[in-house]
Design a protein around this ligand. Sequence first.
Ligand code: SF4
Length: 62
Amino acid sequence: MKVHVDKDICISCGLCINICDEVFQWGDDDKAEAIEEEISEHLEGDIREAIESCPTEAIEEI
Ligand code: SF4
């Protein structure tokens, strides 16, 4: 799986980065970004949790 953060609706709460900093990190614009590579299977549980926890539903599976 791969994920994408819609920066237009990210409110920089940091939740996704707290849940999985192997996949999410801060961009120069202080919005969250996701790595572009395919995500390892062992992180998929964390990623699903991040998708469900994001308060603005800014993270989508692509
Ligand atoms: S959880 Fe959502 S709103 Fe919060 S930093 Fe991550 S993408 Fe942005």
